[in-house]
Ligand binder design. Structure first.
Ligand SMILES: NC(=O)c1ccc[n+]([C@@H]2O[C@H](COP(=O)([O-])OP(=O)(O)OC[C@H]3O[C@@H](n4cnc5c(N)ncnc54)[C@H](OP(=O)(O)O)[C@@H]3O)[C@@H](O)[C@H]2O)c1
Length: 234
């Protein structure tokens, strides 16, 4: 598969590049000019298109001929970076390509997610402060996802829980709604978030789904799989 990774130089992006290469995919990475050197270790194996991820000419060039596009959606600045990036990918990726986007649990597709008070307070406070400082616009990431959910493309929006570094614990567990018991631990290794994104390219069950993920080794995921196994034996 030929795969474009939009936001390849970030932490999540670099893990995705590694997983995609490990699976034998041909990789095209998009990142800002100033960040190209972060991809030095992949220089011989990855084609790089440098530029802003919301630049439509950059996205058109990078996604040409790609069967899949992995996009890191980040709400930087207050000028529609996230929604501009998503719109460019939706409009310009090859027809029929698998489009997989990253975001966090705060994004809701159908309003059925159930958030804890502390989660809502943290997201609200962080987004107000960031917007005041004109650093980050969470509402624009919400708008980006609204456009994706409304599109007829073969999209998946992967909603990450709190992230940590560390060795892989395997493909994360997922559920449709935050608040589902399997997700209660709210922790995923960033390397496995990337693994889920790359695996989603070849999982048609995830087309037009917005899975919320959690580490498969987390207490809530382990408890859920134990409960599922014991009910299978009843
Ligand atoms: N961090 C968390 O705890 C968390 C939790 C749940 C979900 N997520 C989701 O995971 C994804 C990755 O998040 P991450 O926190 O791990 O970050 P990350 O992978 O390091 O990615 C950050 C991206 O933003 C770009 N960037 C940084 N500053 C920028 C600027 N001023 N203008 C434009 N682009 C800029 C970086 O590009 P350069 O390489 O060029 O700097 C990089 O591509 C996001 O979709 C996020 O919503 C994160």
């Amino acid at each position: 598969m030929k795969v474009c990774i939009v936001g390849a130089s970030g932490k999540l992006g670099q893990y995705m590049v590694r997983h995609a290469l490990d699976r034998g995919h041909e990789v095209v990475g998009v990142c800002r000019e100033k960040s190209v050197n972060k991809l030095d270790e992949f220089r011989d194996r990855v084609a790089i298109v440098s530029g802003a991820t919301d630049d439509r000419a950059v996205i058109q060039k990078a996604t040409a001929g790609c069967d899949g596009v992995l996009t890191v959606l980040v709400p930087w600045g207050v000028h529609g970076y996230s929604s501009g990036t998503a719109q460019a990918v939706l409009d310009l990726a090859e027809p029929g390509a698998r489009l997989v986007f990253s975001c966090g649990w705060h994004i809701t597709r159908d309003g059925q997610d159930r958030y804890s008070k502390s989660f809502l307070w943290t997201v609200g406070a962080a987004s107000r402060i960031a917007r005041l400082l004109r650093l980050v616009d969470i509402d624009d990431q919400v708008e980006a996802c609204r456009r994706i959910f409304a599109s007829q493309t073969r999209w998946t929006v992967v909603r990450g829980s709190d992230l940590e570094e560390g060795e892989s614990e395997g493909l994360p567990s997922w559920s449709r709604h935050v608040g589902d018991p399997v997700l209660a631990s709210n922790k995923t290794r960033r390397i496995d978030f990337a693994l889920f994104m790359v695996a989603a390219l070849e999982n048609d069950d995830l087309v037009q789904e917005a899975p919320a993920i959690v580490s498969r080794r987390s207490p809530s995921a382990l408890a859920h799989s134990a409960a599922a196994t014991s009910s299978d034996h009843r």
